[in-house]
Design a protein around this ligand. Structure first.
Ligand code: HEM
Length: 457
């Protein structure tokens, strides 16, 4: 590959000049190596050709990350290029930009604020206890499927407000729908309905089943005299009004609930699996966490710092993207209209200039310290920052507490698990393997509650 000539000020950042298809192929095959080498060669800001997105400027410098995250929402957009938005529908936050995006976020954000989260804790604790009651002892097993069941059921109950048959039906249809959609995220051609047996046909059928369940739930919600008493997100959306007094359409509610599930289920489960993977390899942190979790009066300061550190060293969404609708000044460069800008969270998180000994797992770095807005970016930032961040933190906190109180987790000196691309999130390659022994007194019964759902593989 030949190197682009020294980039003059006010132009596109430097990058490799290989044909686009070759760069895209190399990216698909050797993503990490390609990005690491290109960065080494050109510095913190460089241009590459990405599959699907095309010419993209990768940004791994906090001052420029700030510039990207604070740009107006109608200059740097995302909805226009979002494959997930395209898959889910026009009523998804992922599909929206500018004023429409702000309007939708104003409607949704109150559902994820502090006090409301408290009300969800008991549901999540119950889901974690029920799932972990069936976990094996004394043998190595991947925790990821169990965490997926916990996060799925938790979202179905707290966000969808689903119970009984609705809960069971959604738990049956959503995992295959989300898994297939994730696999097709970067393969738009395969999303088309190409007849029986094609992935596109399968996707269509699953989506039709999902829509009919939500229709049924919306009908029941609208007919429910106690709708105002409910505190799940769906009931809130049914009651909510935009600034002009209009309410959300059925289509918008369906798309938005699916968005919350697609965005919040696997991301949280993979982060939990990484927590197990990291803690087994850092027994001195594990010991302190166990002591904190088992002391009723100790709070959760170290657990929260640990969650932040897991997200720093293993960000499950390693990068977030924007699309420039006009020429966009970025430091000494100008990103031309039509290019993408990618904030490289993982590169920044692993940069010794911003985090001392970045490859070491050190939750203490976050004890009593609020992570910096532009160097700690696992939830993205600015107008599109993850609205479910508080929910995800509360959920991880509660699930880890149940785990640490119920079990002793065996440490290991095995090599760390590799990153595995699951379409939406990057997961530990072996699924976050654990070896557990149940603590005396911790429940070990098979799951029994009537609304237990175990549909996630
Ligand atoms: C550990 C768990 C999670 C991680 C790592 C994560 C990460 C992210 C990231 C990186 C973005 C893109 C932000 C940007 O472009 O600047 C995002 C967006 C989003 N997340 Fe999360 N997320 C998590 C959990 C959740 C949960 C639990 C929910 C809801 C229940 C959720 C809902 C959303 C939504 C709706 C968006 C789109 C926001 C928009 O476009 O305005 N996420 N998330």
């Amino acid at each position: 590959m030949s190197v682009a000539s020294q980039t003059p000020a006010g132009r596109l950042p430097p990058g490799v000049k290989a044909p686009p298809f070759m760069q895209a192929a190399l990216f698909l095959l050797y993503r990490d190596k390609l990005l690491t080498r290109t960065r080494r060669r050109f510095g913190d800001v460089f241009t590459v050709n990405l599959p699907v997105f095309g010419k993209s400027v990768i940004v791994a410098r906090p001052d420029l990350v700030k510039r990207v995250f604070t740009a107006p929402g109608d200059v740097l957009v995302f909805g226009e290029i979002s494959p997930l938005g395209d898959l889910i529908g026009p009523g998804s936050l992922f599909s929206m930009d500018g004023e429409q995006h702000l309007r939708e976020r104003r409607l949704i954000l109150p559902a994820f604020h502090g006090e409301r989260m408290k009300g969800y804790e008991a549901i999540i604790e119950a889901e974690a206890q029920r799932e972990m009651a069936a976990w094996p002892e004394g043998q190595s097993f991947p925790t990821m499927p169990g965490f997926m069941r916990i996060t799925l059921n938790s979202i179905l109950r707290t966000v969808f407000g689903a119970q009984a048959k609705d809960l069971a039906d959604l738990a049956e249809v959503l995992p295959p729908l989300v898994t297939l959609a994730s696999r097709l995220t970067l393969l738009p051609l395969l999303r088309r309905d190409l007849g029986p047996g094609s992935p596109g046909r399968k996707l269509k059928r699953l989506r039709e089943r999902y829509d009919s369940i939500i229709d049924r739930m919306i009908d029941a919600g609208l007919a429910d005299p106690d709708l105002d008493e409910r505190d799940d997100v769906m009931s809130m959306l049914l009651r909510a009004h935009y600034d002009d007094g209009s309410s959300m359409s059925r289509g918008a509610i369906k798309d938005e609930l699916l968005t919350l599930l697609a965005a919040g289920h696997e991301t949280t489960a993979t982060s939990l699996a990484w927590a197990v993977e990291r803690l087994r390899r850092n027994p001195w942190i594990l010991r302190r966490l166990v002591a904190e979790a088992r002391d009723e009066s100790a709070g959760n300061t170290l657990r929260m710092a640990t969650i932040q550190e897991v997200q720093r060293c293993r960000p499950v969404i390693p990068a977030t993207g924007r699309h420039a609708l006009e020429d966009f000044p970025l430091g000494e460069w100008v990103v031309p209209k039509g290019h993408h800008i990618v904030v490289a969270a993982r590169m920044i998180h692993h940069d010794p200039r911003f985090f001392e000994l970045p490859l070491q797992f050190q939750p203490d770095r976050f004890l009593g310290v609020k992570p910096d807005t532009y160097t700690w970016v696992p939830f993205g930032g600015g107008l599109r920052r993850c609205p479910g961040a508080a929910f995800a933190h509360m959920e991880m906190d509660v699930v880890l507490r149940v785990l640490l109180r119920s079990f002793d987790l065996e440490s290991t000196d095995a090599e760390g698990e590799a990153w595995k691309d699951r379409g939406v999130a990057f997961a530990p390659g072996d699924g976050g393997l654990a070896v557990l022994s149940r603590r005396p007194g911790a429940a070990a019964a098979a799951p029994a509650a009537s609304d237990y759902v175990a549909a996630v593989a």
